[in-house]
Each structure stands twice: as C-alpha cells, then as structure tokens.
Design a binder for this molecule. Sequence first.
Ligand SMILES: [Zn+2]
Length: 327
Amino acid sequence: MSAQRMIDRRSALGALGGAAVAPWVLAASGRAARAEAPLMGAARPNFYRAQLGGFEVTTLLDGGIALEGPHPIFGQDQSAEAVQELAEANFLPPTQMEIVFTPVVVNTGSELVLFDSGNPPERRPGAGNLVAALQAAGFEPGQIDVVVLTHMHGDHIGGLMADGAPTYPNARYVTGQTEYDFWSSEERLAGPTEGNAKLVQANVVPLAQNMTFLKDESEVVSGIRGLAAHGHTPGHMAYHIESDGRRLLLWGDTANHFVMSVQRPDWHVRFDMDKEMSAATRKRIFDLAATDRIPVTGYHMPFPAVGYIDKTGSDYRWVPGGFQSSL
Ligand SMILES: [Zn+2]
C-alpha cells in the first residue's frame, strides 16, 4: 500500500470514528437494529473439488441422516458406556449421530468416472440428492462415462435408477465379480439379505449387460484400479487412483465412522457382514494409507470426506484434509 493511500485510509477511518455511534446506543434510542435478518437454518456445501495430478476429484454430498448411536451400530460387542465415552472424548454427542453419504466423481481428462450412486429417492430430503449435488458441481448425469460401485448396499446403488430408467444414460458400469455374484444370486432373496437383494434385482441386474466385473485388483480406466477390501460385504472393493505420481485411496465403506471405525478398528459394526474380516481389512487399508501418507476419500467420512490416516504405535486417527485445492 502506498504512503498516500495509507494516509487517505487513516483519515477516512478517523472521519468514520468521529461520526460513528455504537450500535447498542442506536438500539437504546429505539431505532431498528440494522442486523435484523431471518434465521435460515444450518447449511453446508454439497460439493468439493480438488486437483490430483492431472485428474480432478469432486466429492459430492448425497445427504446425511440422523440416527440413534453410535452404540450399538458401532461397538456392537462393547458396552454402551465405552462407546459413549469415546464419542464424548472426540467432541461427539454420546447418543445421537449423523451418517453422511459421499459419492465421488473423478475426471481423468478423458473420462468422467462416478464412484457409487447415493441413496434411493425415497430417502429424500435427508439423502438421495446426488443428482442435485452433481449439477451444483457443474456436471449433468448424461456426461458420466463410467459408474463404479464399491459394493451393493442400498446407500451405494439406490441412485442408479430413477423411475425404472438408468439415471446415467450414457454410462458403462464396473464392479467386483464377487460382489455381483453374491448379491444377484437368487438365494439372497430370502432371509436377512432379502430387502437389499430386491434392490439389487431392481437397480443393478438390469444394467449387468453393460457391466465389467473386476477380479480384485484389475484396472477400471487408466490410473484407477480396484483393491480388494472384503468384509463389509463379501466382495467390497476399494479403489486406488493415481495421476502424475499423486495418489488417492477411495475406501468406500472400509471404515464407516471417522472416530469409531478408525480409532477402534476391531469393534464390531452392525453394517459389516463379516466382523472379523472387516476389522482385518480396516487395519490393512489404514496401514497402506498411513505408511504411504496417501490422502483418503471415504463414503461415510465427514464432508468433504477427504483426510489422512495417522498411525502412532498401533493407534489410528482420522486427520481431516480440509478444503485444500489439491491433494
Ligand atoms: Zn455405505
């Protein structure tokens, strides 16, 4: 700033200071407060874009749902007190929790790749808002070239169809062979898997002719490959994304809570179909992220759902990545 401009600014401030009357004096004199405005409710952004080498990564908030918890959803094999204590130690309410849903779009420069499709529209207004988030981020559903599924739970496949038609009309699909075989089997249409298997029949099976099935660690498109992360579901997949030497781990539902699942990876989680395998997978994936200091995006991590895993001794901790412009 030039000396002349500094003087101008000082004299302007001086003039203002001389004439200014404190707002509480105005209020006391009976004049309306200028700051009067309606309360508008809580708000947060629904997309975040960062650069990863030559790729652009956009995380998209499909929504969030309030639940009673974290116990017994998390720490199913623990006392309520132990779980509540961990929540409070991490500045979280002890008996209420929110779960958010965060699909991701990766623009490789030649293809637009969407990971997971959010909740079915029936869950609106809380969730099922992926298309709105996608449009807010500057994309249209018709631009999506590839839809990749981490696994086939309802909050990941619920947005594949709208009124019986594919939401992403020009996309091809990629998912794990093991996952597809498990959920599309007729045996799943009875017992505890019935509800989800019906959604798979409605939303995934009709798309199968346009679907590539990964045998664990194979390539999705150049720079993106699958990473077996079974346990949460029998064929759950994580994905490794790399461009110009920059790496990102997309872990899907490897960990479903940024405190409970990360700080206590062995605790049983209601959503995990195989509790022991899920715990082993969590620690293997956490070790990969911590050792190589790779940024992570996780479907149920707090928005913008990007962070890091810090490992001290045998303890893990989620470190939020914040809204950085590059990863
Ligand atoms: Zn999920």
